[in-house]
Write a protein that binds this ligand. Sequence first.
Ligand code: SIN
Length: 491
Amino acid sequence: MPTMRTECLIDGEWVATRPDATAIAVEDPATGELVAEVPDCTGGEIDRALDAAAAALPGWRSTAAHARAAVVSRIGFLLRRDANRLATLMTREQGKPVAEAMGEVAYAAGFFENAAAVAPALLDGPLRESDLPGGKRLRVLAQGTGVTAAITPWNFPLAMIARKLAPALAAGCTQVVKPDERTPLCAIALAELAVEAGAPRGVVQVITCDPARFAERVFGHASTRLVSFTGSTAVGRLLISHSARRVIRLGLELGGLAPFIVLEDADLDLAVEQCAASKFRNAGQTCICANRILVHHRLHDDFADRLTAAATSLRVGHGLTPGVQVGPLIDDGAMARVEAQVADAIARGATITTGGHRVRVDGCRDRFYAPTVLKGVPTAADCFAEETFGPVAPIASFGSEDEAIDIANGTPYGLAAYVFTGDPSRADQLARRLEAGVIGVNDGLPSSAVAPFGGVKQSGWGREGGPEGILEYCDLRMVSIGTAPRGSPRE
Ligand code: SIN
């Protein structure tokens, strides 16, 4: 086990669990082994962190954008330096295969590198300047919004924090991070690297606690300007209602139900390879996993056969075992949901071509589900209406492009969508018609630190990554400069 900290970082101090207080147990989801205990911070400790974030703000905000970027860039460097240690830690607390965890560390580092590269140009001077009628001049300024909080999920214990912390720091904001209780260790490790990189006291802090307590304190604190959340649409709705009280800005990356459309002119090998990559990474536990696979009726059976071969070849096991490609589900609730969706699809007439059962792994508990392919799935099945968050690939067929688009867009969600076709102009038209914030054309893995990631409809508000992700953490001001008094030099 790599060395790890288990304390929270509050106002520059590492705060450990107290012997007289409750602690949060962090378990290896594969084995149930206790990995660590972290503090269950009190309301008073959360307030202390927010006060410290407010106290640190003026100094950090007035630090030159290039100097902030140097700290941000160094965090990216330190993540890459410690990639092996962090990946092992991630696998222990989250379960994903260690090779995939290495990929996530690099993905996380990319957010710091992107923020360091693009923020100074946005924040050093005016964002834009132009002449207005009447001899006036318009100047648009971007400035970090202030104290921010990040509430992050268990499925990407490092990258989803990086996606929020990097732009916040680069924009001159301070941030209090609350990771999911199941996966706090990567968050604490990241805070430690931020301190090593030179983040001043109070600029980056980590709190572990009950989510409702955190939300109550954060939305009630006079200094909070923005809360960024990645997680379910149900929790997103709750945060929207909390934020109304003091009109606090929200960034929300919520649930998805990604359609994966394979048109009759698609390269089938590519479509199958990318579908398997999209569906089975992280054991299907991502918000942008292919959730509704729609294949032209002429290709349906062939596609199903090839995806079945790909799924069957995947190795299931403990994420630290070399060669494992699919790890455990995060908890028993996840297993129950996956099994219920598969049972529902079968009851409605779908056929299982591989999987459809749990997998026993030596020394581990019953948390592993075989990569599963279902063909001939009716679009009324539950797995076409609810996020699966498990390694189940349900395939339905369609007849026309319009039918595929209607099914794809016929949900309240719009995070990611995929389309496979050999015709670039058709791809371009479909990308415009699909109601989603992230669109993969012949690409099952579209995420990138330099691209603006986020949803439409009930999949969320705002964008993370790229220059757009930095501006989410900024207030924009327009300065209208009138005609200079006669005789004085014009600016
Ligand atoms: C998510 O599942 O929320 C994020 C997926 C990604 O960044 O690729």
